[in-house]
Design a protein around this ligand. Structure first.
Ligand code: PRP
Ligand code: URA
Length: 211
């Protein structure tokens, strides 16, 4: 498993505003989108391309286009939905699948309540979007779901991660072709499983309280 933690002042600046408890949902949504586009640049570094012949106004030349099968972007509902537009801005030809997951706030175990994915993901590059990698349980379940359908090349894009979540993925997916791209790696989880310093409940901050 490969891990990339963004080290860029613009990303850290935008994350600081995102973390601020006084930032309203409208600004939070706009910033989440901008941040994903910045992270997507790193996350798509190994996106598969194929050569294509084109004619410029001056001459014929060879360029590249995104290869087939097209990449699949999978936001984990709810909060991952706030990252979808930012990702597809950079990968407009990608297909989009959906996974709905919710973490039980007592046990911290995730359950999957919805999925809309192609049955066969063999040969597909898959980009999973979820702002928070906390215990890592939701992301691990999502990646296993994708593996069960044949995916073998998965990139997780998260705004914030905790060492506990990264550790779980590393332990559970040794040697797998999994790439984790984080906006920042925070200090730890608190006793309720929230990332510290974190930004609170990402879904609630994007869309309001759902309880
Ligand atoms: C949040 C977040 C992740 C999960 C992370 O979702 O968006 O999916 O928690 O926690 P974990 O790493 O400990 O599994 P939540 O369950 O709150 O659902 P929501 O997106 O609908 O708010
Ligand atoms: N889910 C969130 O939305 N925030 C956290 O800090 C942890 C899990």
């Amino acid at each position: 498993m490969r891990v990339h933690v963004a080290d860029h002042p613009l990303i850290t600046h935008k994350l600081t505003v995102l973390r601020d408890a006084t930032t309203p949902s409208s600004t939070f949504r706009a910033l989440a989108k901008e941040l994903v586009t910045l992270l997507a640049y790193e996350a798509t570094r190994d996106v598969r391309v194929e050569p294509i012949e084109i004619q410029t106004p001056v001459t014929a030349t060879t360029g590249v286009q995104i290869a087939s099968p097209r990449p699949l972007v999978v936001p984990i509902l709810r909060a991952g939905l706030g990252m979808l537009d930012g990702m597809t801005a950079l990968l407009p030809t990608a297909e989009v699948g959906f996974l709905g997951m919710v973490r039980n706030e007592e046990t911290l175990q995730p359950t999957t309540y919805a999925n809309r994915l192609p049955d066969d993901l063999s040969g597909r590059q898959v980009f999973v979007l979820d702002p928070m990698l906390a215990t890592g349980g939701s992301m691990l379940a999502a990646i296993r779901y994708l593996f069960d359908r044949g995916a073998r090349d998965v990139t997780a894009v998260c705004l914030l991660g905790a060492p506990e979540g990264l550790g779980l993925l590393e332990e559970a997916l040794p040697g797998e072709n999994v790439h984790v791209v984080l906006g920042a790696l925070d200090e730890r989880l608190n006793e309720k499983g929230y990332i510290v310093p974190g930004l609170g409940d990402a879904g609630d901050r994007l869309y309001g309280t759902a309880h």
